[in-house]
Design a protein around this ligand. Structure first.
Ligand SMILES: N[C@@H](CCC(=O)N[C@@H](CS)C(=O)NCC(=O)O)C(=O)O
Length: 215
């Protein structure tokens, strides 16, 4: 049995999706951000950074979204979460997980947590700089998907696509939402049509988001 410490609308969505896709037995434990529960000592004992997701399995608490996704792919090798272990495709998938975490996820943190940069609200110049950086990532991903898609690992859907879709979702209120890039929009539309996405939304009740229809 897995326990997922989650907060709606956050990176824990992608771990939730992976648990559903793997048909794993799990329970949800909500971390209430409005009460700053992510900084409670009891939660910090599980996740010293005070962030979600945390996945607990057999008494061990696991952190860091891409690392948890790789762990679940290891625990459920037949669930198709990642290409077969040991293959070049698997290595490529790992690369994408790192890419998404290091670039998009890290930049979003600066956008959503301006205090990280010593501001209560981001100054206009910084907002513009971060938006430009995000657009550069979307351009890069769009070119990759146009040439090698429809998914990040070609024909094979993987947890990297779930991660990407969750990251795209966060841009919905930004001046240039990621769905403005056609191949990205198509990928997100396919992911959002999956039963796992629908079920995750039913169980977490995040703010509604419709990336549009697949072609
Ligand atoms: N590197 C971490 C980042 C996790 C993260 O940024 N989580 C955000 C939500 S998406 C969070 O918990 N924010 C609450 C806070 O920073 O207080 C991971 O990949 O899991």
């Amino acid at each position: 049995m897995y326990t997922l410490y989650y907060a709606p609308n956050t990176a824990s969505m992608v771990v939730h999706l992976a648990l559903l896709e793997a048909q794993a037995a799990y329970r949800l434990e909500k971390v209430d951000f409005s009460l700053r529960a992510q900084k409670d000592p009891a939660y910090l004992a599980l996740n010293p950074q005070g962030v979600v997701p945390t996945l607990v399995h057999e008494g061990v608490a696991y952190q860091e979204t891409p690392a948890i996704l790789m762990l679940l792919a290891e625990h459920f090798p037949d669930a198709g979460l990642m290409p077969a272990a040991g293959s070049i495709a698997h290595a490529r998938c790992r690369e994408w997980l790192f890419y998404l975490s290091h670039n998009l996820h890290a930049t979003y943190r600066l956008w959503f947590y301006p205090e990280t940069l010593g501001h209560t609200e981001l100054p206009a110049a910084l907002r513009e700089a971060l938006q430009m950086r995000m657009a550069g990532f979307w351009d890069f991903l769009e070119t990759h998907l146009q040439n090698n898609g429809p998914y990040l690992c070609g024909d094979q859907l993987s947890v990297a696509d779930f991660y990407l879709t969750v990251l795209m979702r966060w841009s919905r209120h930004m001046p240039r939402p990621a769905t403005g890039w056609r191949a990205l929009q198509q990928l997100a539309a396919r992911v959002a049509q999956r039963p796992s996405w629908q079920l995750m939304c039913e169980r977490e009740s995040p703010e509604p988001w419709h990336p549009g229809a697949p072609a």
